[in-house]
Design a protein around this ligand. Sequence first.
Ligand code: PAF
Length: 263
Amino acid sequence: MLKIFKSVKEWRAFRQRDQFFGKTIGFVPTMGNLHLGHRALIERSVRENDFTVLSIFVNPTQFNNREDLEKYPRTQEADIRMVEGVRADYILMPEYDCLYPDDYTYRVQESVISKFMEGRSRPGHFDGMLTVVLKLLQLVRATRAYFGEKDYQQLQLVRGLVDAFFIDTEIVACSTVRDENGLALSSRNSRLSEGDYDKAVQFAKILQSEKSSKAVCERLDEMGIEVDYIEDGSGRRFGAVNVGGVRLIDNYDLKVNEKVERE
Ligand code: PAF
């Protein structure tokens, strides 16, 4: 039966139990408002591990914009029902003071990858993300932790984090889950109006279909979609736009596009 921990102290005591000895633990960190993308991560963890731990914590230190933090959808009851349905074992749902006894006086900073794209547009975002992920990885001591490729820069940074700090957790990358129109699932999608949803779908399509990042920018511009960046790198194309006040990010593997064109 699903067990929920709000206290870090109780979780730490529980984690010492013999029942975990010699067993594999999968971990899925989230900020709640769970959708089918999260569900795919949790299901994979349940398949691949003896126990699955999920965290639900809207991490204030990774929001550089107060309004974005306040508007972040909080759907605790529905989230718990979903987690029960996919048979995960434990949820960590700590309060800020419990997870940040230092009140964020200690923090993790990366100085290369975190400086462009999302890092350039959202100063401090990756410091907050890396800090909370380090705390959670230390608490869970998982065999594997599951991250979606939609937040690709985050995934790269978390991989670097476990290498830099010798954390014995394997980081498992999971493909982006899209809706029937190709839009990458995100908690932010629920804030899109009907008209803005159509624009968001166009963003996903154009990002993938145009030959160059410059052509993507031009097409988005023509459609009145505000572009933050469109960049190609590491064999992928990355994009961030603002649609009706909602920030959306996405990325594609350029090699997959080349293969489709050849066929
Ligand atoms: O991807 C997210 O939802 C968050 O950045 C994470 C990894 C849960 C850290 O707060």
